[in-house]
Design a protein around this ligand. Sequence first.
Ligand code: NAD
Ligand code: UFG
Length: 336
Amino acid sequence: MNILITGGAGYIGSHTAIALANAGHKITIFDNLCNSKLTVIDQLTKILGFPVNFINGDVRNTPLVNKSLKENEIEGVIHFAGLKSVAESVANPLLYYSNNVQGSISLIEAMQQNQVKTFVFSSSATVYGEPTYLPYDEKHPTNPINPYGHSKLQVETILGDWAKSDPEVKASILRYFNPVGAHESGLIGENPNQIPNNLMPYIAKVICGSLPNLNIYGKDYGTRDGTGERDYIHVMDLAEGHLAAIDYLKNNHGSHIHNLGTGHGTTVLELIEAFQEINKVEIPYKFSGRRGGDLASYYSDANKALKELGWQARRNLEQSCKDTYHHLLISNNRAK
Ligand code: NAD
Ligand code: UFG
């Protein structure tokens, strides 16, 4: 299938690009590089062994998306392009509604003009909000607690309505839990343009000495050790989930929601411990207060994805820690 990957120079998109290309799909990456670098495209070319088709553009530029769909005879779109910082979304909500919601509308408009009706969307576990029960399954009520989460839920609603209005539309909504790790080559990984918000890339910056220590946000949650608990999923497992979703859409019209997680929770301290143990490194950390907007604990019920998509996470946390560190060593060597 000819697939447009919006946000394909970013963390999850670049790993998914590899999984798709290796499965025989023809990929075109569309990204404005607001949170990624052009070197990712060179690295993908190295990993795949052929030049990767790249368009530098903003998904809100409907005429450019239109032209890109036409010229590359696109049959399906995987939509990663979006902003993802919860704190930034609270400080600047309009930026998030413009980029994430208006960006998705612009993309769907261009798709409609080109009769492209297969769509996979990067949603998030954030749409569930404060857990009324755990693990979250797809029937758990949705109640986001910040503009980022609202922007994701609004796009889910739009996709549901689009699918209801046109029986040929096939939309997969994937609710990701916490992606970590890197491709086994170490050539790509998570490299945000700013100081990372997320735990694993922050740890990587601390280990390579760019940041002095990790701040653990909160030690008095009602979890096993008082620190926040999340469902960390290897990014290549997540990437393969997109492959499974594309396959599923071949025979399934309408909109479909699936959690992509491991089904297991890990606390911050457990993650630090696993990382230190497998990589034989020290992670200096100190405790600081809770981070605004954080939930104590959540993890997925991933059974629907197993039953319907035939997909489940195969790599464990140790593998994620190992691959993160491997990527760090390779990128530090490259920078020398
Ligand atoms: P990322 O920032 O690494 O990648 C997003 C990419 O989209 C970047 O390369 C960025 O330059 C590009 N982009 C952003 N706005 C754009 C626009 N308007 N036009 C074109 N390109 C644009 O983030 P990621 O971690 O790879 O996340 C990918 C998607 O998955 C996002 O939509 C994010 O909200 C969602 N998601 C991420 C997580 C996570 O923890 N990483 C969890 C749940 C959902
Ligand atoms: N944490 C720290 N110190 C840090 C960073 C994080 O202690 O420097 C803690 C957090 O408090 C939390 C855990 O590590 O308990 C994970 O935090 P992340 O920032 O890595 O991830 P979040 O669970 O807050 O959110 C991430 C993405 C969202 C996405 C969500 C899906 O940032 O975009 O996962 O589950 F929607």
